[in-house]
Each structure stands twice: as structure tokens, then as C-alpha cells.
Design a protein around this ligand. Structure first.
Ligand code: FMN
Length: 224
């Protein structure tokens, strides 16, 4: 990013951000959204300036990750800057950074006044997080964790969609990182992940996933 002067490195060159936003907005018919960090480093938190530049250029909505570029992924995201951005523009603002539970989602929405949340790592291997958050925001109650059967159904559907979207060869490869993310919460899944990583075809990958969850369900029946 920074070597080729793109992405978060651009925060250092505000006139260039304005030109790029304007050029993209002028070039396309669809709404253009922008995602930024809070600044280049903690001494140069210019998210407010960039947000106004974006709004003036016709950007339709803005997502803000509550870290500077220099923060990388270290420390905790801060939400004060996102709140300040939200208060200073009229376009919708999405708060982003470290939202991994329904309670955090509720806290970040309240702390920032943002119109929506953007969730990255919290959704990796847990795509049901959106349902959990929506339910909690609507009712104040936490949904139970999905059962292994439900996880299997979601995962198999996810794999099918990866093959359909990327084609089998790339889909199988890309699916490996998702299998790792689905497996990350349960230590016993590591072995499964290693086996699944060896699968070279969609058929084999699906079979290994089905076998694994069937064995898991059989183990639970035996334990019960
Ligand atoms: C695997 C991965 C890939 C990412 N790719 C991009 C990207 O291409 N563009 C971008 O703006 N942010 C990217 N991000 C950053 C996320 O969009 C997000 O800002 C960051 O992970 C903080 O949100 P989170 O705490 O919900 O993960 C990526 C993050 C991860 C973990």
C-alpha cells in the first residue's frame, strides 16, 4: 500500500484524495463509497478533513476504521475520531474496527452515533455474527451459538458459493482460509483443517467437511 502510494498512504496527500474521489464520482453512475483510517499516524489524524473532502466530492457514504495507518492492527480501535467525523458530515458514516460481539456493536453505535457498522475479522468463520447483532440490537437478548448442524449447513453453502463465484480451482484455494477461520474457535478443529487443506477438488473438500460434521454429531450423540 505505502510503497505504491495507495490506500491508507493516500491520507498524506489530501489534494490527491480530492482529485481521486471527484474523478471516480464523475466517472460512474453508481453511488461511490469511501473507506479510510483515522489518519496517517497519531500526530496526523486528518479523518475530519478527509471526510469533508469526500463529502464535497460527492462520496455517498464513508466507512472509518478507528486506527491510524501507523497503528496497523495494534492496540484497540478508538471511536472518538469516528464520532467527530459523524458529527461533521451529512453523508452516512459506518464505524469500523474491533466489533466482534453484539455488545461491542451496541457500544460502538452508541459511542460514535454512526449510521451503520462495518465488520471485518469478527465475521471471519462466523458469518452469523450479523444475525446475532441484529437480534441483540432489536431485543437486547443474545442468540444461542449455532449448533454444529447449523454451522455445517452454513459452511457447506458458503463453500458452494465460493466455487460458483470464483470457479472450482480458485474457489477451493480461497475456501482453505475460510475453513481455517471456521475452525479457529475449537482446538479439535485443527486436525480437520489440516485434512481439508489437502483437498484439491470441490467434491473432496465438500466430502471432508460433511464427514467431519457427521463425526462431530455422532460424537455428540454418543456423549449424550
Ligand atoms: C484479511 C483482511 C483483508 C483486508 N483487506 C482490506 C482491503 O482490501 N481494503 C480495506 O480498506 N481494508 C481491508 N482490510 C481492513 C478491514 O476492512 C477493516 O478495516 C479492519 O480489519 C478493521 O475492522 P475489523 O476489526 O472489523 O476487522 C482487511 C482486513 C483483513 C483482516
Amino acid at each position: 500500500m505505502c510503497n505504491v502510494w495507495s490506500g491508507s498512504a493516500l491520507l498524506q496527500d489530501e489534494p490527491l484524495v480530492a482529485r481521486i474521489c471527484q474523478a471516480v464520482v464523475d466517472a460512474v453512475e453508481v453511488p461511490v463509497t469511501l473507506k479510510i483510517r483515522t489518519g496517517w499516524d497519531r500526530q496526523n489524524r486528518n479523518a475530519l478533513t478527509i471526510a469533508r473532502i469526500a463529502e464535497d466530492a460527492g462520496i455517498a457514504a464513508l466507512a472509518v476504521h478507528g486506527r491510524t495507518r501507523a497503528d496497523k492492527y495494534e492496540g484497540e480501535a478508538e471511536y472518538e475520531t469516528i464520532a467527530a467525523v459523524k458529527a461533521s458530515v451529512h453523508i452516512p458514516v459506518f464505524a469500523n474496527g474491533d466489533v466482534a460481539t453484539p455488545q461491542q456493536a451496541s457500544h460502538v453505535l452508541a459511542a460514535t452515533g454512526a449510521d451503520a457498522l462495518m465488520i471485518g475479522r469478527g465475521a471471519q468463520g462466523r458469518p452469523w455474527i450479523f444475525r446475532e447483532i441484529a437480534h441483540y440490537l432489536a431485543t437486547g437478548e443474545l442468540l444461542p451459538e449455532p449448533t454444529p448442524d447449523q454451522v455445517a449447513t452454513i459452511l457447506l453453502g458458503h463453500l458452494e458459493q465460493l466455487y460458483a463465484f470464483y470457479g472450482e480451482q480458485a474457489g477451493v484455494r480461497i475456501a482453505r482460509k475460510h475453513l481455517g477461520w471456521y475452525a479457529k474457535d475449537r482446538p479439535e478443529n485443527t486436525v480437520f483443517q489440516q485434512v481439508a487443506n489437502r483437498a484439491e477438488s470441490a467434491q473432496e473438500q465438500l466430502r471432508l467437511v460433511r464427514d467431519y460434521f457427521e463425526a462431530l454429531a455422532a460424537g455428540e450423540r454418543m456423549a449424550a
